[in-house]
Design a protein around this ligand. Structure first.
Ligand SMILES: NC(=O)c1ccc[n+]([C@@H]2O[C@H](COP(=O)([O-])OP(=O)(O)OC[C@H]3O[C@@H](n4cnc5c(N)ncnc54)[C@H](OP(=O)(O)O)[C@@H]3O)[C@@H](O)[C@H]2O)c1
Length: 329
């Protein structure tokens, strides 16, 4: 009988909680260990979610020989150092988005994973959601004809009550683009590939991070993607892909599990429903288990090349908008 893949989680915040709720749905995964900067916090989290081990430092979890894969659920500034530490300890890694602060760091992470023979993947969970995969199949099939326009946003009103919060703190690599704007950028890259050209603009807040960031991508054949993100406004977080033969509409909060609708050129609408199972994070975790079991170092669905393309896009947008992270740029 094959033994389960034992997961360890770094961090006990919002996304660590979501993953802990999802892991019981993943066949072949065991919720083994959690680590926090505080032992008390780790203990409480472990009891709440049923982890076997609770560590009061990230190093302690990484040095546990029973941990197979580490899920990095820490702020953006730590992704690179946490990942490198895990790889050096021979652990497989699933690291939250954005993979690191810039392409230089991402290349180093990938090179190190390649050298050490471990699995490494960016936790772009939307890539593994059934409706996103199906939308990609529809685009690829030609059902929409030539794509003319993709519109996607991620806007959540987040008043800056605490400037030290990871979303607003430049030391933790906050800002709308890195936190939420990455999702529309991902959708455009996944559905349409890399653009020929782009323009981007951002509004910086008092802490120096971008409070909103928008971009227009231009593709061969005159297709465009219009992408925007904001902490200053609440939107439906909508996405749509317009083609010459029809339109594909995503449910609001398109990056989460949801449904699709196809509207043909005559305006006839067809629903494409998807069964909702769990919170959706189980799909990326299942991919981690599959890849590790098959001895893959990267997933072909969220590959190292995909992560490089995405971070290069973010680098280019940041450059255009003047979003700078001292110490990283
Ligand atoms: N995939 C998704 O849907 C999704 C959703 C939300 C966030 N994310 C990503 O997940 C990562 C974490 O986001 P989150 O929303 O879970 O953040 P969060 O709630 O603030 O949790 C981050 C955790 O990181 C640890 N940490 C280590 N150093 C820290 C520091 N200096 N300041 C604050 N926390 C620190 C803390 O755990 P300990 O105190 O226990 O060490 C904290 O609980 C980010 O990369 C974010 O972009 C992804």
């Amino acid at each position: 009988m094959r033994s389960d893949i034992r997961f360890g989680i770094l961090g006990t915040g919002g996304i660590a909680t979501k993953m802990s709720e999802a892991l019981p749905l993943v066949e072949g995964a065991t919720m083994y260990a959690v680590a926090s900067r505080s032992q008390q916090q780790a203990d409480a989290f472990a009891v709440r979610h049923g982890f076997e081990k609770a560590y009061g430092s990230y190093e302690a979890l990484i040095n546990d020989p029973h941990v197979d894969v580490v899920y990095i659920a820490t702020p953006h500034n730590l992704h690179f150092s946490n990942t490198m530490m895990c790889i050096d300890a021979g652990k497989h890694v699933l690291c939250e988005k954005p993979f690191a602060v810039n392409a230089r760091e991402v290349h180093q992470m990938i090179d190190r994973a390649r050298d050490k023979g471990v699995f490494l993947m960016e936790a772009m969970w939307s890539r593994f959601l059934p409706h996103i995969i199906h939308a990609h199949e529809i685009v690829q099939s030609g059902q929409l004809g030539d794509i003319r326009l993709l519109v996607a946003d991620f806007c959540i009103h987040r008043p800056m009550t605490n400037p030290k919060d990871r979303k607003f703190n430049p030391e933790l690599i906050g800002g709308a683009l890195m936190d939420i704007g990455i999702y529309p950028m991902f959708l455009a890259e996944f559905m349409l590939g890399s653009p020929l050209d782009q323009v981007a603009m951002a509004g910086l807040g008092v802490t120096g991070v971008d409070m909103n960031c928008s971009a227009v991508f231009q593709y061969p054949g005159q297709a465009q993607a219009v992408l925007y993100s904001s902490f200053l406004a609440e939107s439906g977080t909508r996405a749509a892909i317009y083609g010459e033969k029809g339109t594909l509409l995503f449910d609001d909060f398109w990056f989460m599990p949801g449904n699709l609708r196809f509207v043909d050129a005559q305006g006839k609408e067809t629903s494409i429903p998807f069964e909702k199972i769990g919170n959706g994070y189980q799909y990326e975790a299942a991919e981690v288990v599959r890849c590790i079991r098959t001895g893959l170092q990267q997933s072909e669905f969220m590959s190292w090349a995909d992560s490089i393309r995405l971070i290069e896009r973010l680098d280019a947008i940041r450059h255009q908008c003047g979003i700078v992270f001292p110490g990283h740029d």
